[in-house]
Design a binder for this molecule. Sequence first.
Ligand code: R5P
Length: 261
Amino acid sequence: MDWGIKNRLQRIFKEDGKTVMLAVDHGYFLGPVSRMEEPRKTIEPLITYADSLMITRGVLRNCIEPRFNIPVVLRASGGNSILGKDLSNEGITLSFEDAVRLNASAVALSIYVGTDHEHQTLVNLSKLVDEGQKYGIPVLAVTAVGKELGKRDAHYLSLSSRIAAELGAHIVKTYFCENFQEVVKSCPVPVVIAGGPKLKNELDVLRIAYEAVSQGAKGVDMGRNIWQSRWPVAVISAIRSIVHENASYKKACNMFNDLRK
Ligand code: R5P
C-alpha cells in the first residue's frame, strides 16, 4: 500500500485499529430523513464523538464547518431515490479531483450482489479502486443495503463482503448477523457494521455493536440508530466504550443509562 492510502486509513482507524464512523449520508437517496432534516443541527453535536464522518459532498460543503478536524469518508455512488423502482441501479457520483478538494480520507460506494445491478455496481467498485490508487485514497464498499435483498445471513454477507475485498475494497461495511465471525474470518480487509433502521431500544443497538466487535468487527459505521435516538450522545459514547475500551455489554448499557439521565 502506498503511503497516502496507509496514512488515510490510519486517520480513520485509531491506534487500536478500530473506528467509530458516523454515517450521515442517507439523504443521497432518502432525502430529508427523520432527524436529518437540518443536517448541521444533527451532525455538529456528534462530531467530537466520531472518528470519521461518512457523508455526501453536498452536506459536507454546506453544513459542516471546515474547521472540524474529522476524517471524511465521501459517498461516491448513487443516482436514484427511494421513490424509484430499484435502489441498486447506482453509478459513480464523485470524481477523485473533488474528493481531493474535500480532503477525503476515503470514498464509499454501495455494491448490490445478487441483484440485477450486481455487475454494474461491482465494476463501479473496481473502477473506483483503480482511480483511488492513483490518488492514494482508499475505498469503502457498502454491502447489502435495500429491502429487495431479502435475507442478510452469514452466507450472503460473507459472499458479498469477500467479493468486495477481492475487487480491492480497503474497508467493507456490512450488517451484523448470526455467525458474524464467519463474515469477518473470510474477509481479508477490516469489516465495520451498519446499524440499519432505528431499533426501538438503544440497548439492542449496543448489543449488536458488542457482539460484532467481539466477533472481529473493527468497529461501526452507524447512522440512524445513533442520530434518530432521543439520546444520540449517550448512544455514541456507549458504542465508543465498546469499540475503543473493550467495555462489556453490561458496562456499555450502564454508561448509556447514566448519560441518558
Ligand atoms: C446507506 O446506504 C447509507 O450509506 C448509510 O451510511 C448506511 O446504511 C449506514 O447507516 P445506518 O446505520 O443508518 O444503516
